[in-house]
Design a protein around this ligand. Sequence first.
Ligand code: AMP
Length: 550
Amino acid sequence: MTIKSGGNPMLGLIMNRQLTITSILEHARKFHGDAEVVSVTADQPLHRYTYREAFARSARLANALARLGIRPGERIGTLAWNDYRHLEVYFATSCAGFVCHTINPRLFPEQIEYIVEHAEDRWIFVDPAFVPLLEALKHRLGCVEGFVILGPAGAAANTTLRNAVDYETLIAGEPDTFDWPALDENSACAMCYTSGTTGNPKGVVYSHRALVLHTYACLMPDVMSLSAREVVMPVVPMFHVNAWSIPYGAAAVGAKLVFPGPKMGDGETLQRLIEGEGVTVTAGVPTVWLALLTHLDRTGKQVPSLRRVIVGGSACPRTIMEEFERKHGVHVHHAWGMTEMSPMGTFNSPSADFDTLSSEEQWAQRLRVGRPVYGVEVKIVDAAGKELPWDGVSFGALKVRGPWICAEYFRIGKGDAHDDEGWFETGDVATIDRRGYVAITDRTKDVIKSGGEWISSIDLENTAVAHPAVAEAAVIGAYHPRWDERPLLCVVLHPGEQLTREDMLAWFEGKVAKWWVPDDVVFVDGLPHTATGKLSKKDLRERMKDYRFP
Ligand code: AMP
């Protein structure tokens, strides 16, 4: 039975207020003005002020940008760590109608050059640490009028960058109010390029509406669950997908924000900030937590206020979850998303029947990346595009759609990943269980095809790193004359540890299907990573291209 179309639908009689980042700024300024923002920066070991002061300085910056003649929709680049000045740039640019284009300083210089020129950034705000990186490119970045060094007065004195000015001098003397323009919620507010391992990076352009809806969704109790009583420390960089939107969410609810600045990978600083500032929730990729856990182990220091850690960006090994929970009473939430998804796709919080599950069933649920956050639709499909069942074992290409998912790329249009029904193919391979919990088993390009059957490299890597001697592991498909491909395990051991090939392979027995056990192990000193810290299987395959199974 279908309802006839046509006729005049009755419209809702509700105000059509635009969903803009400015509404977050105004709300935070009025209701959470006293909440604190604490930062480590290159020039200040511990800077402390309030949202009220942050937004007054954002207004000063907006006045300065208007004075520089920036026009609506123009891009302002940032190459910066997580700190208060970067926060001010986020809000000043987006709320004034410009586009905050965050650039990952870990990209290769030629990629940075490509990105800046493709986005046509007019000014770039740069942390002193990244000035040499831009100085090496300065004859090329023709579109950029000038550079703002994110430091104190005098910070621009020794740079050879053209039209360089330090941040404090730029905003000094400007009024600390700004007549924020009324913006269309569909206008662009921020931009981030994908750090794909193939081809040029592609620009994802976020709209005000998308990021406001994403902020609402992330604040929900079964998602990040932020509130005025939480102290949140984003260890995920602000140069990567808006630090998973934490700066917007924290401001919207008035959570105290703690920024580790250039010390994101430093376990000692992270512990000191958690203890000193009473951090209750933090978020980042798995590798930063290894640094923190190792430091806690070595020093016996504690993280007494910390209750939750959100881990995403790469598969979170069970060992990290167990260590946080057993030793420190911290709950780890696994999450999944991507640059094209603003980034939140799924978030792992317990199902209603969680307490009735056995311990192993609970772990099986917790190791999955969680259920789609309300707003995100998902499906898995086979090679012919047919939808696969949610039985927890069938795996296929993961497709998504929703109001904060990239519809097309900047100056490219729809990519190969966009289909005609409005779905976006993530490039990930996944299973979905009957409760809707997604598990990422691979990147489409990394899946190992053994005799026509698929083997999950991520499952094998997680099994390998659970071995106490193993620091990091990567599994790739290597050529096999009979099976086409078989899994090859590459392992980095912890310093001082020793392990034989046979011991390593014996570790898989009973933990994965027999035919999944890798055919060989290669011990290596290190593994290649991408600019966002993920394993670069493409580079690893290149490195191992002459490998042949014994
Ligand atoms: P990016 O766009 O650089 O943030 O990368 C997004 C990709 O990272 C996803 O498509 C996944 O392949 C991977 N990823 C993100 N979160 C997870 C996770 N929790 N487990 C496994 N892979 C993940």
